[in-house]
Design a protein around this ligand. Structure first.
Ligand code: ZN
Ligand code: ZN
Length: 221
């Protein structure tokens, strides 16, 4: 992650970390789907892995056509049929189905590693001379990423500035949301500013992170 890339992320009308993660996840899903539809070996690995958590199974499906899903998932479904038979046959062994959750989902792990890497690079970036000023002109981090950056070694005085920017941005978004509501009520849609038009989306990202990034299974959510 270069300094130029991080500085560029500060011009995004959203949380820079969420923006980066959403993009990396989209690339990752497209890559997995491509591999599953092309390669027998990838389908075999997917079957051996046992699948992804429920959220990531459905998110992957959004990157696939029905035919792509059928082609990519036939082997894992048949793999599960064999596993279930083995469980049924397992003498006195436990008759249960192992869960597929965040600990066994490789996409959850990918997301967690990508997030940790980004937050580390971003915190180091903020510690460098002149970068905090650039950050103060940005839209700022969502609550989750704010929490993660503040948990890193950053000087207390810098942490206070980071928190103050967040307070300032949240207040601005709150005001834009109120204006949006008021102007729509008064049928003054034409008077809406750019900040007011997407305040409802930006507000939700600040509170809960980007929709495509967050999983109910993610640690520290
Ligand atoms: Zn975020
Ligand atoms: Zn997952």
């Amino acid at each position: 992650m270069t300094e130029t890339t991080l500085a560029r992320h500060l011009r995004i009308r959203s949380c820079p970390a969420c923006h980066h993660l959403a993009r990396r996840m989209a690339e990752h899903f497209a890559e997995i789907q491509g591999r599953l539809s092309r390669s027998e070996e990838a389908r075999g690995d997917y079957a051996d892995e046992g699948g992804y958590c429920p959220l990531h199974t459905w998110q992957l499906a959004e990157y696939s056509s029905p035919r792509g899903i059928a082609r990519g998932h036939g082997m894992i479904i048949r793999g599960w049929a064999e596993r279930l038979d083995r469980l049924a046959d397992a003498g006195d062994g436990p008759k249960t189905v192992p869960p597929v959750g965040p600990d066994s989902c490789s996409i959850c792990r990918f997301l967690e590693e990508t997030e940790t890497g980004y937050v580390g690079a971003f915190s180091a970036f903020l510690n460098q001379e002149g970068n905090l000023e650039k950050y103060e002109r940005s839209h700022g981090l969502c609550l989750r990423h704010l929490r993660q950056v503040l948990a890193r070694p950053v000087e207390e005085e810098r942490k206070a500035r980071i928190l103050r920017l967040a307070a300032h941005r949240f207040r601005e978004i709150g005001e834009s949301m109120a204006q949006y509501d008021r102007k729509l009520e008064d049928l003054k849609r034409a008077l809406l500013t750019d900040d007011e038009k997407d305040a409802y989306r930006r507000g939700l990202v600040m509170l809960a992170g980007a929709r495509t990034v967050f999983s109910p299974f993610l640690k520290g959510s």
